[in-house]
Design a protein. Structure first.
Length: 190
C-alpha cells in the first residue's frame, strides 16, 4: 500500500475470479499502456498520479455454468518496471546491461508483450544487441521467442537478415531456423 490518492488502495497483488467480483474501482483511474478499457488480455497500467506500474491479466474463462473471467493485478517492483520502461523507450546507451536486466526481471508474458507492442523503430534499435546475444547465448530459446516477432514486420525482418549474415559461423540451430523463416517470409512478399 502507498499513500497515493489514486492507487493507494491497490495492494501488491489482486486476484479476482467469477463474474460477481471485480477489481477495485480505482483500477479505472489507471492509464492503460497498450489496450483499451474493458478489453481482455494482458496490459501494463500506470498511475497518472504517482507513476506506479501495474501488470494486469484479464483472461476469459468459459466454464459450464457460464462465463467466469479471471483478473489479476500486480503492482510492479522498481527492479521490474525500471528495465521495462527503459526497454520501451529504446534506451540503448548500455544495451547489454539493460537486456540482461530485462530478461532476468521481467516475466515472459511481460517481456514478449513489451516487444510485441514496441514501436518498430525502438525494436529496430534493439536488434543489433538482440542478435549478438542470440548467436552467443548458451540458451537461445528466450531470445528466439522475442526475435520471431520480426518475421512479419518487413523492416525488422530485413534488418535481422542483414545482421545475421555478418555473424561468425556456425550459427546455432535456432538462429538458422529463424533465418530460414525470415527468408521464406521475404520471398513470399516479393
Ligand atoms: Zn499512484
Amino acid at each position: 500500500m502507498t499513500s497515493c490518492a489514486t492507487c493507494g488502495d491497490l495492494s501488491y497483488h489482486f486476484a479476482v475470479t467469477g463474474q460477481d467480483e471485480s477489481l477495485p474501482a480505482s483500477v479505472q483511474n489507471l492509464k492503460r499502456l497498450w489496450t483499451r478499457e474493458y478489453t481482455l488480455g494482458h496490459d501494463v497500467l500506470l498511475c497518472p498520479t504517482c507513476g506506479a506500474w501495474f501488470e494486469l491479466n484479464h483472461d476469459a474463462a468459459f466454464t459450464g455454468s457460464g462465463n467466469g473471467d479471471s483478473q489479476t493485478l500486480e503492482r510492479l517492483a522498481p527492479e521490474v518496471w525500471s528495465p521495462l520502461e527503459r526497454l520501451l523507450h529504446g534506451d540503448t546507451a548500455n544495451p547489454d546491461t539493460l537486456l540482461t536486466e530485462a530478461f532476468t526481471r521481467l516475466n515472459e508474458a511481460l517481456l514478449l508483450r513489451a516487444f510485441e507492442c514496441m514501436k518498430i523503430e525502438v525494436f529496430a534499435a534493439w536488434l543489433p544487441a538482440l542478435v549478438t546475444r542470440f548467436v552467443a547465448a548458451s540458451d537461445p530459446e528466450p531470445l528466439y521467442r522475442v526475435l520471431v516477432l520480426v518475421i512479419d514486420v518487413a523492416v525488422l525482418r530485413t534488418k535481422y537478415l542483414e545482421l545475421i549474415r555478418v555473424q561468425p559461423a556456425p550459427l546455432a540451430r535456432e538462429a538458422k531456423w529463424l533465418t530460414q523463416l525470415c527468408e521464406e517470409a521475404a520471398a513470399k512478399r516479393r
